[in-house]
Design a protein around this ligand. Structure first.
Ligand code: ZN
Length: 441
């Protein structure tokens, strides 16, 4: 038995300033070479184009006057003053009655289709979902809506107008099964541009939402993840992510998150599980405590922490829930709000012109070990080159210390402006007590 075991140094600063990093969970090796990190980060916008008033609500297929271009809605949050309401399964003839602050709709092009689950697992629509489908199609507006979206999808998949015209009604409706029982949802925010925007550079991002809007967005997404597990008992994991701007993989510059039910846990989760089984406190030891000792903490509140991550291909802010509960949907509302406030602040500090991916990690449905809910915010500011492909050592232009300093200076300004949660403790205000994550208790 080995007795002299200790955690390796995940972060090594060499004499010339090169920072070598190792990811504790994935083993990813990353180097930051000095002198390359001070370039501006955001996309340099092309010449700003004024927004035409009659284009309002029609900029893209996610906008509020174009709800009929997305598949039948599963759920929406609407707001009347300070009162928020959730409406499920809004019928087609009421979709455009009022704008929704957030909507949950099926992705038109699913990563795993209804047919995948049906053919491979014998998955069928539950009685409840089949009844919802029937009710939707029983109304003329509902039927028209579904047929129009199916035809648009078939056209986009390369079917000719003749081929589509030859399909029977049954065949077209068959192609729409995923609209009701599919496992790939999109959560779409109301705004394309910020209120009062005058040109096309003023996009509405996660960070331009108010703190309270962001809380609703996050809680609505947590609920959507649970719904996907409930809808499909063959799902082992629900991947939740947000791609912001085209360089980060977004097809529209309109704020949205995606959830995809999959039938595997994924390599990264398996690697992490192997580490966790060796040391149940690994997320404190190799993440939170390590970050704290190396002065990488960015901010905290009573329910979450954020620090500059290490061993990532892109500069990454890591946000961890401190809850004793592993599953996000078993968090209290205050705990979800706490995670939301930190995530909102990190987006605001990042700024709307930086392409980024938000990746959620939570305990897969069939795992018993406790693990914290955590979110990685990755700045997509560099592109991989031949060196990476040849060596599997990744070059990152911003080291964790520089990342922390950039974000922290923004946070102080945002807090004094009142845009982010006021109870956020920033940088040296953080308690940095050992074992801040309570999942293993
Ligand atoms: Zn839009």
């Amino acid at each position: 038995m080995e007795v002299l075991v200790r955690e390796p140094d995940y972060l090594d600063v060499l004499a010339d300033g090169t920072v070598k990093q190792l990811n504790p969970f994935t083993g990813t090796e990353v180097w930051t070479v000095p002198g390359r990190g001070n370039r501006p980060l955001g996309l340099r916008p092309a010449e700003p184009q004024p927004l035409a008033p009659d284009e309002h609500g029609r900029h893209c297929a996610f906008c509020e006057r174009r709800y009929l271009e997305t598949p039948p809605e599963k759920s929406r949050l609407v707001r009347h003053g300070e009162v928020w309401e959730q409406h499920d399964a809004t019928p087609a003839n009421q979709l455009l009655d009022e704008p929704a602050e957030f909507r949950r709709v099926p992705n038109l092009f699913e990563i795993l289709s209804y047919d995948y689950w049906h053919a491979n697992y014998g998955y069928e629509l539950s009685a409840e979902i089949a009844a919802r489908r029937e009710a939707y199609l029983a109304e003329p507006e509902g039927l028209r809506h579904v047929l129009a979206v199916v035809e648009a999808k078939l056209r986009a998949s390369g079917r000719s107008a003749d081929e589509i015209a030859r399909l029977t009604l049954e065949e077209k409706l068959e192609a729409a099964s995923g609209f009701f029982g599919g496992g790939h949802d999109v959560i779409i925010a109301r705004r394309h541009f910020v209120d009062g925007a005058t040109d096309d550079t003023q996009l509405a991002s996660s960070g331009t939402l108010t703190k309270d809007e962001h809380r609703r967005f996050l809680a609505f997404t947590v609920d959507a993840a649970l719904r996907l597990y409930e809808t499909n008992r063959y799902a082992r994991y629900v991947s939740v992510f947000q791609n912001w701007l085209k360089p980060a993989g977004a097809s529209f510059d309109h704020l949205h998150k995606q959830l995809v039910a999959i039938d595997e846990r994924g390599t990264q989760v398996e690697q992490t599980l192997a580490r966790l089984r060796g040391n149940p406190n690994i997320f404190n030891d190799a993440a939170a405590n390590f970050a704290s000792r190396r002065n990488l903490m960015i901010a905290e509140n009573d329910h979450a922490i954020a620090f500059a991550g290490f061993g990532h291909r892109y500069p990454t802010i890591e946000i961890y829930s401190r809850s004793e509960q592993s599953d996000p949907w078993r968090h209290t509302p205050e705990e979800i709000d706490g995670v939301s406030d930190l995530l909102h602040a990190m987006h605001a500090a990042t700024g709307p012109d930086v392409p980024c991916n938000e990746e959620w990690h939570h305990r897969p449905i069939d795992v018993r070990e406790a693990m914290p809910w955590r979110i990685m915010l990755k700045w997509r500011v560099s592109t991989l080159a031949g060196f990476e492909g040849a060596t599997k050592i990744y070059l990152n232009t911003i080291d964790p210390f520089l990342l922390r300093n950039r974000v922290v200076s923004q946070l102080f300004a945002l807090r004094s402006l009142g845009h982010i949660a006021q109870d956020l403790r920033i940088a040296t205000e953080c308690e940095c007590a050992p074992n801040p994550l309570r999942y293993a208790r």
